[in-house]
Design a protein around this ligand. Structure first.
Ligand code: SF4
Length: 425
């Protein structure tokens, strides 16, 4: 295999990685977020052998190997291919952008086991080359209706399991629309394809750039869009409130699972290997990846769960109230060339601020520059790196006009303290 083809602005994958400040970033899309302990060990070993040993769990439950050298990349792909972790081509991996309820098949509160639905959807996306024209960030979601669902996560086309008159159906939600279409579980792949083709066809005809489903809804309206895709059974269904991230121990049937996170989703290969070892020894030999940057270890009894939490120690997040969950940070220096600040390091120091250590609804984002790529939404406070210092944006995005300029770490901490004092939930 030759050196990777890099396209600027492309959503990275494994076959089309992204160049970053610390080398190539290689993103792996794990079907349904379900990863055997053995494959987790293979990925961790590959990250050590071919990269810098750091693995990020992304907000879409993907794994990203960092610091891969261009000359190492073909060897990494060959290693991962041998274990079925690589798609047939870059187009197939790019379109396979599906997030699913992480406890699929294990959560007794779920309405159905969505694993076959997710597989069928992915197979359709990969095999139907007409769908490969979808924009890179166009994403799908499948929710099983259980306690640990992914409803509320951002997606262009969401399939949410619901019960209607004793029948299990899927409500198709486009973006955050309240008008949804109802279909049977075996119609998910066809409906996804019909909607995606409507998006592509209208996009090709339009003189406007359509990147996400909300652009198309804005253009032709939700009902016209659903009808165009042959979906006629429509109801109004407000979105459910987002689930609390499942950190710590949660009992299920006979056993339960532990949700554990590394700050900002950054795992070392050694820690991922250690977690996979515990999953193999004490659990059911599987890890589940989540969009909340928690990795779930299912099949643990209460004693094994307690032992894992104790072994993890304070370096890891095992409670939903952990103040580090109120903070997001982009990779910053040295991982990104655009950054002049050490975002992760600084963000961890800000986690000690009293307003973040209690449930206040306050959120902080630490961005290496004004692009704000790790947090595109408005946030209570955004520290934006510039020339080694920070500007402070209040209730906005990294690209918005700052309220304060040129703060060093001490001044930034004081400004945050001051700001948070006046912010109530
Ligand atoms: S926000 Fe800027 S510094 Fe941070 S990852 Fe994006 S481009 Fe890099």
């Amino acid at each position: 295999m030759n050196a990777p083809s890099l396209i600027k602005g492309w959503c990275p994958g494994a076959l089309r990685p992204m160049e970053s400040g610390d080398g190539l970033l290689v993103r792996l899309r794990i079907t349904g977020g379900s990863l055997s302990a053995q494959k987790a060990q293979i990925i961790a070993n590959a990250a050590l052998l071919h990269g810098n040993g750091l693995i990020d769990l992304s907000g879409r439950a993907n794994l990203q190997l960092r610091g891969v050298g261009a000359s190492q990349w073909p060897h990494l792909i060959a290693d991962l291919s041998r274990h079925g972790l690589i798609d047939q081509d870059a187009e197939a991996e790019a379109v396979r952008n599906v997030m699913a309820s992480p406890l699929a098949g294990l959560d007794p509160s779920a309405l159905l086991d969505i694993r076959p639905v997710v597989k069928a959807l992915e197979a359709r996306l990969v095999s139907d080359s007409a769908l490969h024209a979808l924009p890179g960030k166009f994403g799908f979601l499948v929710d099983d209706g259980g306690r640990f669902g992914v409803f509320g996560q951002s997606a262009d086309i969401g399939f949410e399991a619901i019960k209607s008159n004793d029948e299990i159906l899927f409500a198709i939600r486009l973006g955050s629309s309240e008008t949804v279409a109802l279909i049977a579980p075996d119609q998910v792949a066809d409906s996804a394809a019909a909607l995606a083709k409507t998006f592509i066809k209208t996009s090709n005809k339009s003189d406007k750039s359509l990147k996400r489903i909300k652009d198309l809804i804005f253009l032709i309206g939700i009902k016209a869009l659903l009808h165009e895709a042959g979906l006629i059974r429509l109801i109004t269904l407000p979105p459910k409130l987002a689930t609390l991230p499942p950190f710590g121990f949660h009992p299920l049937d006979q056993t339960g699972f532990v949700g554990i996170g590394a700050p900002f989703g950054r795992w070392s290969a050694n820690n991922l290997t250690a977690l996979a070892d515990i999953a193999a020894k004490d659990g059911m030999g599987e890890l589940r990846l989540t969009p909340w940057r928690a990795i779930l270890v299912p099949g643990l009894d209460a004693k094994a769960a307690q032992s894992l939490i104790e072994k993890a120690g304070p370096e890891f997040i095992t409670q939903a109230s952990d103040p580090r969950l109120a903070i997001s940070a982009c990779p910053g220096m040295p991982a990104c060339r655009n950054a002049s600040v050490r975002t992760h390091e600084d963000a961890l120091a800000f986690a000690a601020l009293p307003s973040l250590s209690r449930p206040s609804g306050i959120r902080l984002h630490v961005s290496g520059c004004e692009k704000g790529c790790a947090n595109p939404t408005a946030t209570t406070a955004v520290l934006v790196g510039k020339n080694g210092l920070y500007d402070l944006v209040v209730n906005g995005k990294a690209s918005d006009p700052p309220r304060l300029f040129g703060l060093d770490k001490v001044a930034a901490e004081a400004a945050l303290k001051d700001l948070f004092k006046g912010v109530s939930r």
